[in-house]
Design a protein around this ligand. Structure first.
Ligand SMILES: Nc1ncnc2c1ncn2[C@@H]1O[C@H](COP(=O)(O)OP(=O)(O)OP(=O)(O)O)[C@@H](O)[C@H]1O
Length: 615
């Protein structure tokens, strides 16, 4: 037995080679793979290779959010991850969630315009001029961010830029650059205008030329009074700012020049500065008289086209500019405008103290242009940038379904009739007399993608008894101003008195993520098909292209119809931004037909419902 034990080793004894790896080469000379599967696959291993149990993650990995797939594949903003169709287009530059949160906290600390170190005369003019007639005035988020930053930079604070990266001329050492970006209708104009006016007024007392001119004027006046001579024309010398403004505001269209110009003029009545507006809407003589008024100009408001052509014949026009504002910067720095705008910036740079760009959207192309050209630019963006406010609801009309069967014009007319009739019923149900009906006048903007379509759609709507106007580049400036006046004066009820969000919108389904493709249920009445025997007396419609989507302060507009699906989220934001301005409610209706990107519409709608920034 003892002998037997010696010859047969115990079955419980491990092989002395257990820790050695399997011979790598077979007798035939081929490499051998260790079998890891099978019932004995896990035996005789130095490490337990247990499958299905996650390895311990590194400290850095533990900090990363769930579902992290590497930096490149991650959404760069909080909302980006939810959009699939929109991600294909990716039109907008992302703004991080962390930045939005930190800005929100900063904004929360400011409650009143009194919190800004504005000159008292400028501060008082906000209530008496700029926001006349409004009760309980408070700064909006972009005003909370921009006004203190721009004022501080004028006093010498903040980052400065030494030299331009691109451009022929060397920059003055103290030039500071800002990008103001905030939702549509959020008061960006005042956000840059108030600090600019403030800076102009402060500089006035320090400009030696202006001081000398003032002294000369007073001297002349004194002489006239004492000698009692026949009054000669006052000072033969024009003001130092004649033809050489201190501040310039650039806007893409004549309509916007008129709009911003009106605001600047209203402030000038109390703050006492000279604002001049020039655009192609005015004759050559008017432009010349305004630019070379012997009393001088403090702020010039113009389009880049006009200013560039003036600068060609009179380069001095840009020689004293200390403040340059490029409003609607996403348009003025797009492919078509950039050469003109960039040339103006370059020529003004030697004297510039402050360059301010302002926009409701930061397209990716603008983002990369700015990073290259103005790497030190300070970005002031609001927490809700690129989000369409939740108070704007979006309904979808399926044009392919009955009764439209692919007829978009018919669907558009029927939507307008529904809105108009609902308003009429609302007026009647509230027992208003005929005279007061004008109070409930509905202003609707219909957006089309192509200029050629503007007149066609307007004509069709007119044939259906709807008061529709076409507004395009072909419309004369005079006519454009007349049409726009009706849409820009705030005749619609204020939010406090506005009808309920469901009361006057009978047939278009409201925004809900559960029914993103909600179908338009036509009203019981048929839309008019014969020449208009009926008409909508309380409804005015404007049919336009992108021309009417930028910057126009259409306070009276409660409804926007997207006849065509906008080409990008940028256009969605600007077009829907014509309604729901400054805290008002608004409705959008999008007409979806054959071949239209329903997935894009669905995602925009979902994003709006959740209050997310679009991508
Ligand atoms: N602090 C404020 N309180 C109330 N209303 C304000 C305030 N600031 C501006 N507004 C009003 O808000 C409206 C929209 O302002 P503004 O045209 O400057 O918006 P915006 O942000 O430039 O819009 P868009 O991006 O469409 O150009 C104007 O009628 C303006 O008078």
């Amino acid at each position: 037995m003892a002998q037997l034990r010696k010859r047969v080793p115990s079955r419980m004894t491990l092989s002395p080679r257990v820790a050695q790896s399997t011979p790598r080469i077979t007798p035939g000379g081929k490499p051998v793979k260790r079998k890891s599967k099978g019932p004995f696959g896990g035996l005789n291993l130095k490490e337990a290779r247990i499958q299905g149990v996650p390895e311990r993650r590194s400290q850095a990995a533990e900090k990363r959010p769930e579902g992290w797939k590497g930096k490149r594949n991650q959404p760069r903003s909080a909302s980006e991850g939810h959009f699939k169709a929109l991600k294909m287009q990716r039109a907008l530059a992302p703004v991080s969630y962390g930045y939005r949160t930190s800005v929100k906290e900063r904004i929360g600390q400011i409650e009143s315009f009194d919190d800004f170190p504005l000159l008292p005369i400028v501060r008082d003019s906000i209530a008496t001029q700029a926001l006349k007639g409004m009760e309980e005035i408070a700064p909006t988020p972009i005003q909370c961010l921009a006004i203190p930053a721009l004022l501080e930079s004028d006093k010498g604070g903040g980052k400065t830029r030494k030299k331009p990266i691109v451009g022929p001329v060397e920059a003055k050492a103290a030039m500071k650059e800002f990008l103001l970006a905030a939702e549509t209708g959020s008061g960006k104009t005042l956000a840059y205008l108030l600090p600019t006016v403030d800076a102009i007024k402060r500089a006035e007392t320090m400009d030696p030329d202006v001081v000398a001119h003032k002294v000369a004027l007073e001297e002349e006046k004194r002489k006239q009074n004492t000698l009692e001579l026949e009054p000669p024309p006052l000072s033969s010398q024009p003001h130092p700012t004649t033809g050489r403004p201190r501040a310039i505001i650039l806007l893409p269209t004549s309509e916007l020049v008129a709009q911003v110009g009106a605001l600047a003029k209203s402030l000038s009545h109390t703050v006492k500065f000279r604002a001049a507006l020039v655009s192609s809407a005015y004759s050559g003589r008017v432009i010349r008289n305004r630019l070379f008024d012997p009393k001088g100009i403090d702020i010039l408001i113009s389009t880049p086209h006009l200013l560039a052509s003036v600068a060609k014949s009179d380069p001095n026009i840009l020689s004293r500019v200390t403040h340059l504002v490029i409003d609607e910067a996403d348009s003025l720095l797009d492919r078509s405008f950039t050469p003109l705008t960039a040339e103006i910036i370059d020529r003004a740079t030697p004297s510039l103290c402050q360059l301010v760009l302002c926009s409701a959207t930061i397209p990716r192309s603008l983002d990369s242009f700015l990073r290259k050209r103005f790497p030190d630019m300070r970005r002031l963006t609001t927490p809700k940038l690129h989000a369409i406010p939740r108070r704007v609801q979006l309904g979808v009309v399926d044009v392919e379904k009955d009764p439209y069967r692919g007829n978009k014009n018919l669907a558009c007319a029927d939507s307008i009739w529904t809105i108009g009739k609902a308003a009429e019923e609302h007026t009647i149900s509230h027992g208003k007399v005929h005279k007061e009906k004008s109070m409930d006048m509905k202003h609707i903007i219909v957006f089309v993608n192509e200029r050629e379509k503007v007149t066609e759609v307007a004509d069709y709507l007119q044939s259906k008894g709807i008061s529709a106007e076409a507004l395009s580049r072909d419309t004369s400036f005079q006519r454009q101003s007349e049409i726009l006046t009706a849409f820009t004066s705030p005749t619609t009820p204020t939010p406090a008195t506005a009808p309920s969000s469901t009361g006057d919108f009978l047939t278009v389904a409201t925004t809900s993520p559960e029914t993103p493709q909600a179908t338009y249920i036509p009203a019981n009445r048929c839309p008019p098909t014969t020449p208009p025997r009926r008409s909508l007396p309380n409804t005015r419609v404007l049919v336009t292209t992108d021309l009417g989507s930028r910057g126009i302060d259409t306070l009276a507009v409660r409804h926007v119809i997207l006849y065509d699906i906008p080409h990008s989220t940028i256009d969605f934001i600007h077009r829907l931004g014509r309604t729901g301005r400054m805290g008002r409610r608004g409705r959008g209706i999008v007409l979806v037909g054959k071949g239209d990107r329903r997935d894009v519409v669905r995602e925009v709608r979902e994003g709006m419902y959740k209050g997310q920034a679009l991508v």
